[in-house]
Design a protein around this ligand. Structure first.
Ligand SMILES: [Ca+2]
Ligand SMILES: [Ca+2]
Length: 254
């Protein structure tokens, strides 16, 4: 399995404006409340992270292998602390915990690239595919410095699927909808919510890594309770569903 590598992305002025808007997007990953989720450790199994003050966190399949990974930003609270206690710096690295698929996670900081290993005092992070290349990128909000846009450069043969919902009887943004994706004997669940992580909101297009599966079954539970199911939806594309009308748009990414 190749490592997930994040590069620093030099944002253009236009991108800075657009990315600022990410904070106004909506999302939830896997139906897990993400604020304050800092319960992982170096040993791999779920535990408690005590080395850093952790903020924005999310579960996103960063290498599209079908197993959602963990990403967290960190940063201390009191700038004066590091002057008195050298081992409590204000700026600390972000980190990735790669899901190994057996109930354990592998910590990646240096291995995940400079965009992760660099020390910052960060707070929010929003997940989305800003360059539309089929992998999840991350926008991080830092204190007293510009935001960091981490471009996902993981190269792998894995498949993926993006799901976008438009409500008709339910609210148009489909906030509250739940999507279950079944692929290769596994399933992932994500929901569309009005916030995610800490002071951040994700790309509303739900992104599912599928591993080696080239298609998936999709079940949508709309906010009004109606359930719609779709079999054998082809991977590696954005699929737009309209409540009561099925798939209204399917767009393969180059
Ligand atoms: Ca993964
Ligand atoms: Ca991307």
């Amino acid at each position: 399995m190749s490592a997930v590598v994040f590069a620093r992305h030099a944002m253009t002025p236009a991108e800075r404006l657009r990315d600022a808007g990410w904070v106004a997007f909506v999302g939830l990953i896997l139906g897990i409340p993400l604020v304050g989720l800092t319960t992982v450790d170096v040993g791999g199994r779920l535990g408690v992270e005590t080395r850093f003050v952790c903020w924005g966190t999310g579960m996103a399949d960063l290498d599209n292998d079908g197993w959602p990974d963990l990403f967290t930003v960190t940063g201390s609270v009191y700038p004066e602390m590091e002057r008195e206690v050298a081992d409590h710096p204000l700026r600390t690295p972000r980190f990735v915990y790669r899901n190994l698929g057996d109930g354990t996670f592998e910590e990646m900081i240096e291995e995940a690239g400079p965009g992760v290993a660099e020390a910052h005092c960060s707070r929010g992070c929003a997940f989305g595919d800003f360059d539309n290349d089929g992998d999840v990128d991350i926008l991080v909000v830092n204190l007293n410095e510009p935001p960091s846009l981490l471009r996902n450069e993981a190269k792998n043969p894995h498949h993926w699927l993006k799901v976008q919902l438009t409500g008709t009887k339910s609210n148009r943004s489909a906030i509250g909808a739940r999507v279950v994706v079944r692929y290769g004997g596994r399933r992932q669940v994500q929901e569309v919510l009005a916030q995610s992580s800490y002071v951040s909101v994700n790309d509303r297009r739900l992104h599912f890594g599928l591993g080696s599966a080239a298609s998936a079954g999709i079940e949508i539970r709309w906010p009004n309770g109606a359930v719609e199911s779709f079999a054998n939806v082809a991977a590696d594309r954005l699929v737009v569903f309209k409540e009561g009308a099925g798939i209204v748009r399917s767009m393969a990414f180059s």
